[in-house]
Design a binder for this molecule. Sequence first.
Ligand code: 2X7
Ligand code: FE2
Length: 301
Amino acid sequence: MEKGRIITGCLAPHPPHLAYASNPQQNEPKASGAGAWQPLLDAYARLRQSLAAHDYDVLVVHTPHWKTRVGHHFLGVPHFEGLSVDPIFPNLFRFHYQLDVDVELAEAICRQAQAEGLVTTMMRNPEFRVDYGTITSSHLVRPQWDLPIVAISSARTYFDYSDEVGEREMLALGRATQHAIEATGRKALLLASASLSHRHFTEEPEDPEDPSFEHIYNPNQAQWDQHVMELMRQGQTRRLLEEMPDFIAQSVSECRDGSLTWLLGALGQAEIPATIHGYGTVIGTGNAVVEWDLAAQEVGA
Ligand code: 2X7
Ligand code: FE2
């Protein structure tokens, strides 16, 4: 068997508004337009165009909205279908999903993570309702739903211990993911499903599409977003990881659920420049669509 590899890693935020605004037939609520979220939809279109040049056979997603009390969990049933509802925005996201899971790869990551000293569990309940983070990011990146996924939960380490311990665990989970992909011969696309700055409005306008309502909630936190994106652009991955606890604390970033650090760990903390496909706000949060194209690096090397 040929050694597997990570083709590309992406920061792929999951505001349900973006799934809603793209009007997939699976989603019950229908949007009349994209309004203020158009820049983010355009960013996802650019990401999809860039990914079309690559051949990969599985999407591996780390999601903040499947929160597991003890350890890191992995979907462990070959097929799931059901209705996923955003608990905060049920008016925007009621998505009828059908998806396949690469259980062999999920089990391999699970075992490898155990070998790294992490607590892990395979989730074997066929009735389990898949979270909106996994679904939104996967859908926006590959709306065809023609490839299997691996979905990884968000353990509570940052919250129960500290941001520093959380960071160490996510780097270990990233290493485990990379090694399992190599050992199983997969060509994998990795998705860190997270917003950057995450302070948001607590009230929704009567018309959720009203563009006059949409703007960044806190400019100080948005400045952090600009700084973090500049580090990504410059390929300063180690510095980004060093600053991650401050970024998380000072911008109440959703990266505290670990997805971005997991991704950077899986990419071997490679110091390669990322492409920022776009940035925009959703209900006041800061969201960037970002790509680290490992395959292109190898070709250029
Ligand atoms: O989960 C989210 C999010 N991360 C950002 C914005 C709006 C809603 O949901
Ligand atoms: Fe979220």
